[in-house]
Design a protein around this ligand. Structure first.
Ligand code: NAP
Length: 493
């Protein structure tokens, strides 16, 4: 690959930069300034065909290596990412508007950790065997855990580098090839992943990038040469991906949205509870899938909770994401900004009590930019759209409750179930509530911590499959059972 990348940015197919044949391009903008960072070429159906052919060829060579050899390559890639930490973090902040306080660890380190983790697991991927005839040398079977082949990855814009790594690392560790389509808003950091993987020794064709909008995503989901789609995005898009994948019966991992609950009990350490609620709502401008946007607070501690929360929410520093002092950057785009403000206006019209925030900041330096002040509502009606719909912005809703069963019933009432949290000093209650929350991930006395070792994913309409942890390997491999008959074949005819 070349440095700097050509403009408009090409595709990455078969280990080389390749101009798209569509003739179409799109622009990626800096959310803070609105300036064009780069133009990017849109893949055509023929380009996707070429990517699939290159991936199939690359995958054969890659899968022929031992797990240990693949792991060694991926471990080198992890090191190369760490060596480019500042550069990748800066690009993520520039392209995604995320504060530079966040991107070095939440994005870059998380991506490197993921590659290192699956590098270490690569030599352990294998099957099992079992005797069926006792010790007498009778029949037995063994299983082979095989790669799926070519995996299509479709990413969201909120954690572009991290998502690319979380999808690619387990897939490659298991011997698959990846064709990755970043979200249009944040198409750039995937090129760095392509560079480090190539430099580390991943063969050509094992990691490919196709760029473009939903049309290109649909080309991946429809393609008969792709065995699996690993998708991150909205619930409704996930349903479309699932429907489109049915024609070729692809395996799916769907990492979708949520409206997760955080339960604050009367015995919780309230400073910690406020910290968790802040982490659950305002990190990355609130644009996090697992966010605990419904904060159920026991009515006995409601006033104390709010009196600690509001000053801390109001003290959050908004600004240029590249300024090290900035704690909250702009939302990803003017369209998304308008959508978040519309949700807020609707909630006010519906009668929810706006406690703080609710609109753009007054700082003239931020005027006209897609900022939303950290916003806190108090609501008493779970049926409001505010309490049911994913807003994907810095909007927290505090909902008082009186009893544990009531809080759990309300927490579990939605069709989504990505995550949840419980703040309490009562050990028994903490685990009881964790067991009863309908969620793929539950945090006890913290929120939004996602170590690579821990499986990650949703239940109900928040998704299928798991990323991270050993569990991820089950979703990028298939089992072949091999039955072995050492004796004569007994046929009835
Ligand atoms: P989105 O609109 O659903 O888009 C996600 C990706 O799918 C983008 O690359 C998009 O392309 C592509 N796409 C759109 N329509 C498609 C189709 N019909 N077939 C195939 N691909 C299609 O989601 P987003 O706005 O980027 O991301 C925000 C959402 O992601 C939120 O709901 C959030 O909760 C969720 N999310 C979930 C997780 C998780 O792990 N559970 C993590 C992060 C985000 P374009 O680039 O053209 O839009």
């Amino acid at each position: 690959m070349t440095d700097p990348l050509p403009d408009p940015r090409p595709l990455v197919i078969g280990g080389a930069l390749r101009d798209a044949t569509s003739g179409e391009t799109f622009e990626t903008l800096e959310p803070f300034s609105g300036a064009v960072i780069a133009r990017v070429q849109v893949a055509s159906a023929a380009d996707v065909d070429a990517a699939v052919a290159a991936a199939a060829e690359g995958q054969r060579a890659w899968a022929a290596l031992s797990g240990a050899a693949r792991g060694a390559v991926l471990a080198r890639a992890a090191d190369l990412i760490r060596a480019r930490r500042d550069e990748i973090a800066r690009l993520e902040s520039l392209d995604g508007g995320k504060p530079i306080q966040e991107t070095p660890d939440a994005d870059v380190d998380s991506g490197a950790d993921c590659l290192a983790y699956f590098a270490a697991l690569a030599p352990t991927i294998g099957g099992e065997s079992q005797d069926l005839g006792g010790l007498g040398g009778g029949p037995w079977f063994y299983t082979r855990r095989e790669p799926l082949g070519v995996v299509g990855g479709i990413g969201a814009w909120n954690y572009p580098f991290q998502i690319a790594c979380w999808k690619t690392a387990p897939a490659l560790a298991a011997g698959n090839a990846m064709i990755f389509k970043p979200a249009e808003q944040t198409p750039l950091s995937a090129y760095i992943l392509a560079e480090v993987l190539a430099e580390a020794g991943v063969p050509p064709g094992v990691f490919n990038i196709v760029q473009g909008d939903a049309r290109v995503g649909r080309m991946l989901t429809a393609h008969p040469g792709i065995a699996k789609i690993s998708f991150t995005g909205e619930v409704n898009t996930g349903k479309a991906v699932m429907a489109d994948s049915a024609a070729t019966l692809k395996t799916l991992t769907l990492e979708l949205g949520g409206k997760s609950p955080l339960l604050v009990f009367e015995d919780a350490d309230l400073d910690d509870a406020v910290s968790a609620a802040i982490l659950a709502n305002f990190y990355t401008q609130g644009q996090i899938c697992t966010n605990g946007t419904r904060v159920f607070v026991h009515r006995d501690v409601l006033d104390a909770f709010l009196s600690r929360l509001l000053p801390r929410a109001e003290a959050i520093r908004l600004g240029n994401p590249l300024d090290p002092e900035t704690q909250m950057g702009p939302l990803i785009s003017p369209d998304h900004h308008a959508s978040v403000l519309a949700h807020i206006d609707r909630a006010v019209a519906d009668g929810a009590t706006l406690l703080t925030g609710g609109g753009p900041p007054t700082d003239p330096a931020l005027a006209g930019k897609p900022f939303v002040r950290p916003t806190v509502f108090l609501a008493h009606d779970d049926a409001l759209p505010l309490c049911r719909e994913e807003i994907f912005g810095p909007v927290m809703t505090v909902l008082p409750f009186a009893a544990e069963d009531e809080a759990l019933a309300r927490a579990n009432a939605l069709p989504v179930g990505l995550a949840g949290g419980v703040m309490t000093r009562d050990l028994t209650r903490a685990h009881r509530v964790a067991a009863r929350l309908e969620a793929g991930v539950v945090w006890i006395n913290t929120y939004n911590v996602t170590p690579i070792e821990m499986p990650f994913g949703g239940v109900k309409q928040s998704g299928l499959g798991r990323e991270n942890g050993r569990a991820a390997l089950e979703h990028v491999t298939r089992i072949k059972s091999v039955y072995v008959e050492p004796g004569p074949v007994e046929a009835p005819y």
